[in-house]
Structure formats: C-alpha cells, structure tokens
Design a protein around this ligand. Structure first.
Ligand code: PA5
Length: 424
C-alpha cells in the first residue's frame, strides 16, 4: 500500500498543528465509516474492494468474449465513467495487451472522425458507460458508433457486440439495454462517477484490456484495511489533514508530480476526484499535475521560483519495471560517458530526488507518496487511498464530497444554446 512521507513538510505544518488537527480528521473518517457524513447515501464505493467473486467472474467472462470476438473495444464515457479505466490501462501497458480505445470523453469532431476511420478494418465491440444514461458527450458518441456497428453487422449482431454499464433501473441507457438486449452491468446507485473505478465502470474496460482485476481489487482491499483504521498514523488521514491545513493557511494549488509518464492519466483521474469533490463554496485546492522530467522543461521554472501558493505531492514508484543501460561511446562526443553503464531508471530516480530537494529549497511544501511498483494491486490500492483521503479532505472543508452541483451549469447553458426541447 502507498506510504506517505512528510519529512519536507515540517516548516509549513508544525507537528503541534498536525497533532491538534488530527482529532478533526479522525472525526471526519468516523462520520464517513459510520455513514453519517454529508452525502452518506453515496458511500457504496467503500464496499467495492470486497466485490463478490461471482460479480468479478461475470465481468471477466464478458471481457473474454470481447477479446475472442473483436480486434478492439471502444469504451464510451466521460468523467468518472472514463478516467479510472483509462488511468489503469495506461499505467499497465504490459498487462493491457488488448486494444481499448475511448470515445465520448469530448465533443471533438476531429477526434471522433479519426476514431471512426481507424475502425474501418477492425472488428470492434462497444462498451457504453453512463450512470445517468443521459450525458450528452457519450450519448452522441454512442449514437455514432452504434450506427457504424448496425451498418456493418445488422441490428442483432450489433446488440451482441454492445455492453452497457449503467444504473440498475434509471436512465435512457438502462431502457435501451433492456429493449435491445445488450449485455449490461450495474453501477450501484450509491456510487458516484469519480468513486466508481472499482465497480464495473473501471473493471470491465480493465479486464477487457487484459488487466487482472482480481489483483486490482486485492490491492484495494489491502488499502481498505489500512486506510480505514481510525488512528493518527493512518497515511490517508495524514495526507487529508496536511493538505487541508495548508489550504486553510492560503495554499491554493496542489500539484501531483510523477516521474512515471505511465501515471499521467492516473493524475487526470486524481484531478477529477479532488476537483469535483472539493471545489465547492468558494474553496478547494486546485488540482494540477506534472509529468517529469518532461514538465521540468515547461513548469519547472514556475515550480522553482514562481508564486508560492502551492503544495507538491510526488507519486513515486520504488521499483522500476524495466531497465535501459546508457551505452558507452569511446569518443564521448557529448560528454555523457560519466553516465555510461548506468540504468536510465536510476538516472530518473536521481532526477526525482534532485527535483524534490530543489523544490524544497525553493520554498514549496513537498509530500511524497511512495509505493513498491506500478502493478494491478498497487493501482487498486492507490485508487482507494486517494478516495478515502479526498473524501476526508472534503469533509474537513465542510462540503459534501460526493455531489457536483456546479457541473450542471455549463450543461443548462449549452442545452439552451443548442435548442434542446424544454430547456430555455
Ligand atoms: O463523477 C461524476 O459524477 C461525473 O464526472 C460523471 O461521472 C460524469 O459526468 C459522467 O456522468 P454519467 O456517468 O452519468 O454519464
């Protein structure tokens, strides 16, 4: 399970302040676990690490059928119905051997036209994921891709290649799934989008990609037993409290930095989790991310010397999955022979340590979340660690971390401008 290192934070959050704040954090976790907090009707995600084996096997069977009958799977969804699966699939390229493409996560004609063209010579299945079953972006993409499937295979074979993941009862997609006979999976009504990665929302695309979802759930179950312990040493609680105290002291931004580019999409998942859970009533840390060392050559200057209104949290894998040795060159034209024989993974590690030290010296409060390696159990545990921590953070902020009323604003305006019947 992930471990939080806080050595570099002492100058910003004194030990006494942490100790004084911890009872607040423990009270927040207690209200979460006793399901008495704001949004208590949306805590089904706490049960997902213990998904029954029979449910997991159903997902794996559907995934196997997708793999056997197709060249790729197109997953249609947006926000919490998209980010978690993409995060896991991109983090685990060696396990995710079956191609999974994504649609409906934007309204770009270019993106969707290119995607449709790329499917011209491919047998594909569609997995449409929407809790409400009415979200515009995935609904449009589903309409486009379903038309393609029907034109190619006819209505009944197209239905055979379509899987719906949606609310058990409500919404247009549930109705369609029942009428058309799609294979379907349920999103528990008490699980919101950004907390749904360990439900069929994340598990089905991951299983289709080839990820061992049982291992992912096992990792999440370990995290469940660790991070729901209501004690001051609980790292999810400490992380929640530190970021809250920093925010209360004027910190405006949290940058999640990683030296593992394969975690770039994981950072996107985290941004939604934090932003939608906490960004309410004029508060909440703005969640940003940086993928190093790439972003040291774009954001590095700002991080080092810019406005001191941020906290940086490093996401660090201790064991690299691959090794690449820098070759020697007898002429040493680039002066790089001092690195010859060294592993790129080790150089990347040194870059992380140097960056963390430089950013500390530059006056940034720095946290480090370390874990053994990037694999399915680790991802499961990371997902659950952040879910608990952000839920507690939101409760400490005094908001309901499980709703997102502000997301409706753009929709209402867009519907009115597009002339949706009944909207003015
Ligand atoms: O976290 C959330 O609740 C949102 O990001 C939703 O997941 C997103 O808006 C998509 O909603 P739906 O699954 O209803 O299509």
């Amino acid at each position: 399970v992930p471990v939080l290192e806080t050595a570099e934070i002492q100058n910003y959050v004194a030990k006494g302040k942490m100790a004084a704040g911890m009872p607040r954090a423990q009270a927040a976790l207690d209200s979460l676990l006793k399901r008495k907090c704001p949004g208590a009707d949306m805590l089904g995600w706490l049960d997902l690490p213990r998904t029954p084996e029979s449910d997991r096997i159903k997902i794996e069977d559907a995934a196997k059928r997708i793999q056997d009958e197709n060249d790729c799977l197109v997953v249609v969804g947006i926000g919490g119905s998209y980010l978690g699966a993409r995060a896991a699939i991109e983090a685990l390229p060696e396990y995710a051997a079956f191609p999974v493409l994504f649609a409906g996560q934007n309204l770009s004609a270019e993106y969707h036209d290119r995607l449709i063209s790329s499917l011209a010579d491919k047998r594909f299945a569609l997995c449409v994921i929407s809790k409400s079953g009415t979200t515009t972006e995935p609904a449009i993409a589903f309409r486009l891709l379903r038309k393609l499937l029907i034109e190619r295979y006819g209505k009944s074979a197209a239905a055979h290649r379509t899987i719906a993941v949606t609310d058990p009862r409500k919404g247009a997609l549930r109705g369609m799934a029942e009428r058309e006979g799609f294979t379907s999976f349920e999103i528990p009504p008490d699980v919101g989008g950004r907390f749904s990665v360990l439900s069929p929302v994340g598990l089905l695309p991951c299983a289709a990609a080839g990820i061992a979802i049982g291992d992912m759930l096992d990792g999440a179950a370990s995290a469940l037993s660790h991070y729901t312990r209501n004690e001051p040493g609980n790292d999810a609680l400490r992380y929640a409290l530190i970021r809250t105290l920093l925010h209360e002291g004027g910190t405006a931004i949290e940058v999640l930095s990683t030296f593992h580019p394969e975690l770039a999409q994981f950072c996107e998942w985290w941004k939604q989790l934090a932003g939608e859970s906490e960004g309410k009533n004029g508060g909440g840390l703005f969640p940003a991310s940086a993928v190093m060392t790439t972003d040291l050559h774009s954001l590095g200057q700002l991080l080092q010397e810019g406005t001191r209104n941020l906290v940086e949290t490093f996401l660090v894998s201790e064991q690299p999955r691959r090794s690449v040795i820098v070759p020697a060159d007898v002429d040493d034209p680039d002066g790089l022979n001092y690195l010859a024989g060294k592993d790129l993974a080790g150089i990347n590690r040194t870059a992380f340590e140097a960056t963390r030290s430089a950013h500390c010296a530059g006056g940034i409060p720095v946290l480090t979340i370390g874990f053994r390696t990037i694999d399915a159990p680790t991802l499961g545990s990371l997902f659950f660690f952040f879910e608990v921590a952000i839920a507690v953070s939101g409760l400490l902020l005094g908001v309901n971390p499980f709703d997102q009323p502000g997301v409706e604003r753009y929709k209402t305006k867009m519907f009115a401008m597009l002339g949706k019947p009944g909207v003015s």
